[in-house]
Design a protein around this ligand. Structure first.
Ligand code: ATP
Ligand code: TZE
Ligand code: MG
Length: 281
């Protein structure tokens, strides 16, 4: 595998921000009921278009309609046992990239079963907090990734981003796509390059759905860009918007509102100029 050059990646990030604003791409989702509204609003703020579905035939339908599809396992219903595999299969058959957020992996048996089942139709991007990324690598039998994990604490991370580094690289090499690990400093990799991105705000942990909506926005960018560029553009937009919103809010409630405003103001040049550090994986 050859490594993509930093300058080329930054150019692609700027192009992704611009193209989403110009083309309003549809990025449908199967996502949890807690944060569905925030996911849709964040997708719209970046210039994308949202459509949330629940049923298997709807999922197959949107796999053909969308430029990329988001699957978030946050609140499962019995129908998702059919919907999630139907969607991942339809995406694979139609060459539509899809993004997995394995929220709360470890809670109950259905999440585990679904993550194991979709391994055969690999997602273009896996986005999660550190504990979720480590858990997915374990479930997919990517043994190089085995680390001493705390395991997810419900839907929150109990591990550091650094602890998920090997798992993230192993997943990206397996899928051929990208992995975005969120936390105080984010880590994004395509399996050859690791990018670390700082910014954001601890207030993002006080608003449920910061991570879910980051996955939704990565899906919007995946409609117009390769998976690594899309994951990195979304992560960068979140770090910029999060820091700016935190500087002018009064607490979690006004932060969420200010965050959506700031997300809608991100311009291509600043996404490309963001402080990122690059290293070989
Ligand atoms: N301490 C922090 N400082 C700055 N930014 C943070 C911090 N913690 C998280 N973030 C940012 O918040 C966003 C969501 O990351 P987080 O790891 O909280 O996701 P998550 O646990 O999946 O969230 P959720 O499941 O509630 O949607 C990312 O953009 C990340 O960079
Ligand atoms: C709180 C919560 N519970 C299931 S999904 C979700 C949203 C954050 O992941
Ligand atoms: Mg999450």
């Amino acid at each position: 595998m050859t490594q993509i050059a930093e300058a080329e990646l930054r150019t692609r990030m700027a192009r992704a921000v611009r193209e989403v604003r110009e083309t309003n791409p549809l990025a449908p989702s199967i996502t949890n009921t807690v944060t569905q509204n925030f996911v849709a609003n964040a997708q719209l703020a970046t210039g994308g278009s949202a459509a949330m579905v629940y049923l298997p035939d709807e999922a197959e339908c949107v796999a053909g309609l969308g430029g990329a599809v988001y699957i978030n396992l946050g609140t499962l219903l019995p129908v998702y046992a059919e919907t999630v595999p139907a969607c991942a299969r339809a995406c694979a058959e139609g060459d539509t990239p899809w993004v997995l957020d394995p929220v709360g992996v470890g809670i109950g048996s259905l999440r585990t079963r679904l993550i194991q089942e979709v391994r055969q139709w690999p997602p273009a991007i896996v986005r999660g907090n550190a504990s979720e990324i480590i858990a997915v690598a374990e479930l997919w039998g990517l043994n190089a990734a085995r680390v001493d994990t705390q395991g997810p604490r419900g839907v929150d991370a109990a591990d550091s981003v650094e602890a998920a580094r090997t798992a993230a690289v192993a997943i990206a090499r397996f899928t051929g796509g990208a992995v975005a690990v969120s936390g105080p400093a984010d880590l994004v990799t395509d399996g050859t390059v690791i990018v670390r991105a700082e910014g954001g705000s601890p207030l993002m942990c006080s608003v449920t759905g910061s991570g879910c909506s980051l996955g939704g926005v990565a899906t919007v960018y995946a409609c117009v860009a390769d998976p690594f560029t899309a994951a990195l553009t979304a992560t960068t937009a979140y770090n910029l918007a999060g820091a700016r919103a935190a500087a002018r809010c009064e607490g979690p409630g006004s932060f969420a509102v200010a965050f959506l405003d700031e997300l809608s103001h991100i311009i291509p040049e600043e996404a490309a100029d963001a402080p990122l550090t690059f290293e070989a994986a």
